[in-house]
Ligand binder design. Structure first.
Ligand code: UD1
Length: 421
């Protein structure tokens, strides 16, 4: 089993390039099924979730080839409407093929993705949206079946602005006759990227990035070339890495507008952030101070940055309060941070953090993707050696994390059973 060995205490300095967005790439990859053509995707990050989605597409009959950060996906011979349980369980986001399959074949059978470490993650909002479009949806033995009944555009209101449900409904509606109006939609930048991709393929969608999206169904889509947006959560993780190590890091391929709430919070606690348009410079200081955070749907503070910020708040003087409103079980990193000396109390969905200057190196385990990132950040700051285990979670969502950190001067090695790399 691989682990990271980190010897903390080095201030990160230098330049880092941010990869393309995982959460933009995944729905766009699913959407390639809708074109029955060849699609070229540029800027796709090299990470495990992308490999899983590539395998999902292959299982459905597509040809997927990678050359560096370019994916060439040919869905002309795709012919299956079924995603079996062993595949859908590998990754929550595999459920995004359901909207694409319904769009192309008007039928789908997708095994339920199940829960995960951070919460139960139901599919009710996705299914409600498909029903509103006129699909008969049934659930049997862990499989969600969809079949066209009386298709037509509709008004649909999401009870909560779910990212995945917004994307799935947008995809299904793009090839459904009539006009669909999706209200209380999620507003994430990844949804705008999906809209741009679908429109380039010939769809007629307006409003992504706002809370009402209007989709005029078309009868056919075609292949295109598209470059995915930069990964705002990877960028945010490197911003926190600069802050927690009191470093000075220049970040490129970053869209500051996509992480305004994080930038505001980092500035509030005393981190210097400046930009010349294409670069963002982040400088940490000794004199950072505490702040409170509440995770919210975009443009609020992203739940995917909550664990990393908690690692930072553990090292700044004063008391910080973190409220997690998106996922019911997203404090798994707290137990591990405590092993490193962090003083954190949990009361329901609220964490109370008493910052202390020093963390101590320890052996810790990543319970999920962003929890793993938080532990790496804490390890970069801690005195002594930190071993972060269960790296498969980090591999799901970070493109060569330890290599990028090494280039910034971090003392971090990846150790495998066969040695380090
Ligand atoms: C996406 C992101 C994930 C991020 C999350 C919230 C991808 C691939 N993943 O996940 O990194 O943490 O947005 O920003 O883009 N919910 C329901 N019923 C549903 C759907 C969702 O109750 O049918 C609930 C979930 O349980 C959760 C909340 O809504 O509590 C947010 O989930 P959602 O926005 O759907 O997240 P994902 O799309 O799964």
């Amino acid at each position: 089993m691989d682990n990271y060995l980190i010897r903390g205490g080095k201030a990160l300095k230098g330049q880092v390039h941010i990869s393309g967005s995982k959460n933009a790439s995944l729905p766009i990859m699913a959407a390639t099924l809708m074109a029955a053509d060849e699609v070229v995707l540029c800027g796709v990050p090299d990470l495990e979730d992308i490999n899983v989605m590539s395998d999902v597409l292959r299982l459905l009959g597509a040809k997927v080839e990678r050359e560096n950060d370019v994916l060439i996906i040919d869905t002309r011979n795709a012919n299956s409407i079924e995603l079996p349980e062993y595949m859908s369980r590998k990754m929550r986001a595999s459920n995004l093929v359901m909207g694409a399959l319904l769009a192309r074949y008007k039928r789908a059978a997708v095994a339920y993705p199940g829960g995960c470490a951070i919460g139960s993650r139901p599919m009710d909002l996705h299914l409600k949206g498909f029903r509103a479009l006129g699909y008969n949806i049934t659930e049997e033995c862990g499989v969600m079946y969809g079949e066209a009944e009386k298709l037509g555009g509709q008004e649909t209101l999401l009870d909560f602005p779910s990212v995945g449900a917004t994307e799935n409904i947008m995809m299904a509606a793009a090839l459904t006759p009539g006009i669909t109006t999706l209200r209380n939609a999620a507003r994430e930048p990844e949804i705008i990227d999906l809209q741009n991709f679908l429109n380039r393929m010939g769809a007629r969608i307006r409003g992504a990035g706002l809370d009402t999206i209007r989709i005029e169904g078309v009868s056919k889509l075609h292949g295109v070339e598209h470059t995915v947006i930069p990964d705002r959560i990877e960028a945010g993780t490197f911003m926190v890495a600069a802050a927690i190590t009191h470093g000075d890091v220049m970040i490129d391929n970053i869209v500051l507008e996509h992480i305004q709430s994080l930038v505001a919070k980092l500035r509030e606690i005393g981190v210097d952030i400046s930009t010349n348009g294409s670069w963002v410079r982040v400088s940490g200081h000794q004199a950072l101070h505490s702040a409170d955070i509440k995770t919210m749907p975009y443009p609020g503070f992203p739940t995917d940055m909550q664990p990393q910020m908690m690692a930072l708040m553990s090292t700044v003087p004063g008391t910080s309060i973190v409220v997690e409103t998106i996922f019911e079980n997203r404090f798994m990193h707290v137990h591990e941070l405590r092993r490193m000396g962090a003083e954190i109390k949990i009361e329901g969905r609220v964490a109370i953090i008493k910052g202390r200057e020093k963390l101590e190196g320890a052996a810790v385990e990543a319970s999920d993707l962003r929890a793993g990132a938080a532990l790496v950040l804490a390890g970069l700051r801690a005195r002594g050696e930190t071993r972060v285990g269960t790296l498969e979670h980090i591999d799901r969502g970070y493109d060569k994390l330890h290599c990028k950190l090494q280039k910034l001067g971090a003392d971090i090695e990846r150790r495998t059973a066969a040695g380090s790399r």
